[in-house]
Design a protein around this ligand. Structure first.
Ligand code: 2BX
Length: 431
């Protein structure tokens, strides 16, 4: 092998039953970025970045064996890219033993924000807790200080709720009840009615969300006296599809009626300013058309049935490769001063690993996913977007920059009863 190649490992969830198969769009996106950074003569001074990847199926065990094979088969790898929270947890917990940085492009679990367990983890995918300051900001904007929480009993939602509770406590927002369910939300929704919950934050995967919405319809926990916060990364028509297949005993009309007016929050993964040139020279829309071509090449049909999973997160994988290239570039410049290069890295060389860590830690560039920068826990710092479902389609209500505490509001919200629903029963004294 020529010795001016720098090698990294890539662990992508391509197929598999459970979890997220986001590697389908994220792997092509990462490969686009590799081609782009290797084109740049001003990056990596003559070295080429090569990606060696395998499928984890979003299974931690398979992810571990893929990692083992990447590490114990030449050439030596300098860093690992990975997707899926479960796989990133396993890979990032082990990687420190080989002094390897791990860059996760598809991991939302709040548990990963832990430098003690994951000292070399960085992620271009924001943690699920990124929604919480936005939820609080909206509650303060609409004067809601009495809320309820309904969650599915899954690790990512349990730790997100713990973070939300801490934010509520700090902001003086009372949580009247926190209901959780494993797969049948019936009792939990009934308890919300009993507690007269009016503003409810819902945290569950999309299949559970359909079951919740039908129960909400049955218990009449919707309309002019209730506000729901749902997660914003479900498909746009999530509340009216798969009803038969999943045994939902509500009609499309009933689901639409119950869903009308709900709010959603989500992390922004595509740079909003569509004609802003990013570090690669592309705008995010240029990236979209190149990605679409690459996906068609790979046999996907982005207008039809074979839509690739991970399309939404593809900018995170593209920018993860740029973050690696820029960090390696910075590290090479530093190493050259002492006559060394990244070719001197070995799995036992903590010194060079620390240089790479420092370089990634100080990342700051405009990527197709927006500004790429990491918190001290290695978490992606990201903007969030707020939408509302009005007449069966999502309307953008605004954006929130947590770091700057800046809410951009478009004044498009509509309320079923014509005014902001109160967070509790209001007793009107007849004068
Ligand atoms: C927004 C979503 C769908 C959250 O889960 C991520 C996958 C994971 O955390 O395992 C991918 N992106």
């Amino acid at each position: 092998r020529p010795d001016n190649d720098l090698h990294i490992g890539g662990i992508f969830p391509m197929e598999g039953e459970g979890g997220w198969q986001g590697g389908q769009a994220c792997k092509p996106a990462a490969e686009l970025a590799l081609a782009d950074v290797n084109e740049r003569s001003d990056l990596l001074s003559g070295f080429k970045l090569l990606l060696h990847s395998n499928d984890s199926k979003c299974e931690p065990g398979l992810g571990a064996s893929v990692m083992y094979n990447l590490l114990y088969n030449p050439p030596q790898k300098l860093l690992l890219l990975a997707g899926c929270s479960t796989v990133c947890t396993t890979v990032a917990e082990a990687a420190k033993m080989w002094n390897l940085m791990v860059l996760c492009y598809g991991a939302s679990s709040p548990a990963l924000s832990d430098r003690a367990r994951f000292p070399t983890l960085f992620r271009t995918h924001p943690s699920a807790t990124v929604h919480n300051p936005t939820r609080i900001k909206l509650m303060q904007k609409f004067g809601w200080s009495r809320i309820a929480i309904l969650q599915q009993a899954e690790e990512v939602f349990i730790s997100t709720v713990e973070d939300l509770e801490a934010h509520c406590k700090k902001s003086g927002i009372e949580i009247v009840t926190r209901q959780s369910f494993l797969s049948d939300p019936n009792d939990a929704v009934r308890n919300l009615r009993r507690q007269d919950a009016r503003v409810i934050v819902g945290l569950f995967y999309v299949v559970a969300a359909r079951r919740v919405l039908c129960e909400v319809y049955k218990h009449r926990l919707y309309g002019k006296s209730h506000v729901w916060f749902f997660i914003g990364w479900y498909e746009d028509n999530w509340f009216e599809t798969n009803l038969e297949r999943e045994g939902i005993d509500c009609t499309v009309e009933q689901m639409r009626e119950a869903a009308e007016g709900h709010l959603t929050t989500e992390a922004l993964m595509w740079n909003q300013n569509a004609n802003q040139t990013t570090i690669s020279g592309m705008t995010s829309e240029d990236f979209r058309s190149r990605l679409n071509d690459a996906l068609k090449e790979a046999g996907y049909d982005i207008d039809g049935e074979r839509f690739p999973e991970g399309y939404q997160e593809a900018p995170l994988a593209y920018d993860a490769v740029w973050a690696v290239a820029l960090a390696f570039n910075k590290t090479m410049e530093k190493l050259e001063k002492s006559g060394l290069s990244l070719k001197n890295f070995t799995y036992t060389n903590k010194k060079i690993a620390d240089d790479i860590y420092e370089a990634i830690n100080s990342t700051s560039f405009l990527g197709v996913s927006g500004l790429v920068a990491f918190s001290s826990q290695g978490d992606r710092i990201a903007l969030t977007q707020i939408e509302q479902l009005s007449n069966n389609h999502y309307v953008k209500l605004g954006y929130y920059d947590t770091q700057a505490d800046n809410l951009t509001w478009l004044d498009r919200e509509q309320w079923v009863g014509g005014k902001v629903p109160p967070d509790r029963t209001v007793i009107v004294n007849e004068l």
